[in-house]
Design a protein. Structure first.
Length: 213
């Protein structure tokens, strides 16, 4: 089935069934096509906060299955943490030993950052961004997690990452966005950028009305 037709079919199912479509959308998060997974994820977010309860029920059910490297569980963690579901936080510590790659663990670290526990992992995230042998592969995930940690430590790692010649332009744009998020939450941290002329210039460009439009 062509992707556009598939998208319309999913939209029709969601329109007809509402939150009752959640189990089917969750199934699609395991589809082999990335585009299908993205459509399913967009549809879940489109349901808004009313999706939280059924997602939480599925999350708890998957927890009990105790699967190693359960990728669907990582999707649920990401979505529920975006919804600010703090009840999952303790479980995130308990399941870390089910995963063994940096990419998988970064999903959990980012979720914990979104739920207020990011400072505990700021040095690990900073390492992934600035020191790890595979930092070019891990950088964007690490930046997204650091963006949710409003502290001088997080800011300093982002500044260091921005100056790293090994990291590409897109990653550096993400770093500027992450720094902007932190400064918006904690304006007093701006003082740590006093000697960073290029970053300050990029921040002003990023936050200018012309850029926002």
């Amino acid at each position: 089935m062509a992707l556009e037709k598939y998208k319309k079919l999913i939209e029709r199912i969601v329109e007809q069934k509402g939150v009752d479509a959640i189990p089917k959308l969750i199934e699609l998060l395991e589809d082999e096509q990335q585009e299908v997974r993205e459509i399913a994820l967009e549809s879940i977010y489109a349901l808004g906060d009313k999706a939280r309860k059924p997602l939480l029920e599925i999350f708890r059910s998957r927890l009990k299955e105790r699967r190693k490297k359960d990728i669907l569980l990582l999707y649920l963690i990401d979505v529920l943490s975006n919804f600010g579901e703090r009840s999952i936080k303790q479980h995130l510590y308990e399941i870390m030993d089910r995963y063994n790659t940096e990419q998988e663990l970064l999903v959990i670290y980012e979720a914990l950052a979104k739920l207020g526990d990011g400072e505990k992992f700021v040095d690990i995230l900073g390492y992934f961004l600035t020191e790890d042998d595979y930092k070019e592969e891990l950088a964007d995930q690490a930046v997204m997690a650091l963006a949710h940690i409003s502290s001088d430590s997080s800011l300093r790692y982002l500044v260091k990452g921005y100056k790293d010649p090994q990291l590409g332009r897109e990653t550096k744009e993400n770093i500027i966005q992450a720094i902007a998020m932190i400064i918006a939450k904690e304006p007093q941290l701006y003082r740590f950028l006093s000697d960073e002329e290029e970053i300050v210039k990029k921040l002003k460009e990023f936050t200018s009305p012309a850029h926002q439009s």
